[in-house]
Design a protein around this ligand. Structure first.
Ligand SMILES: [Zn+2]
Ligand SMILES: [Zn+2]
Length: 148
């Protein structure tokens, strides 16, 4: 959401710059001139130095974006990273889990892979359930809320 707003804001600013450029060059009203100015505006905005008060969204990692979204109070519906980390992961060994495959990715567990057991006793690959819990607070199988 925040990203989209920023994108719109950037477009509006580009448009403003374009309109100003058009006014300054209003005596050249050919389409060719319009194209040239538009091109120029686009180039300039691409080379634009980032406003230090604005986060450099284009160069941020996915992790940083998530963090930013959290900080902006736009917390996703899932668990926080700390909560997800608080669910302990175990190394899988034959016979450890009630089922032999992960219900998220449907793959069979292989020895040494990390898995997690939710409070409802359902088990998943650590990686799979971590990803899931970022956006959902409920167990994918029984929909019981995961409370950490
Ligand atoms: Zn899985
Ligand atoms: Zn469950």
């Amino acid at each position: 959401m925040a990203l989209r707003m920023r994108e719109n804001e950037r477009r509006m600013r580009e448009r403003e710059m374009f309109m100003m450029a058009m006014q300054a060059h209003s005596h050249h009203s050919q389409a060719y001139e319009e194209d040239r100015i538009l091109q120029q505006v686009m180039e300039e905005s691409k080379a634009n130095v980032h406003d230090p008060s604005q986060p450099d969204v284009d160069n941020m990692t996915y992790e940083q974006l998530l963090e930013m979204a959290d900080n902006a109070g736009k917390v996703s519906k899932g668990l926080s990273r700390a909560e997800i980390d608080s669910i302990k992961a175990f190394m899988w060994i034959e016979g450890r889990t009630a089922t032999d495959s992960c219900s998220i990715c449907m793959d069979k567990y292989v020895s040494g892979v990390k898995y997690k057991k939710l409070p409802c006793k359902h088990e998943y690959h650590s990686e799979c359930i971590n990803e899931w819990l970022k956006s959902q607070k409920k167990c994918p199988i029984c929909s019981k809320e995961v409370v950490c």
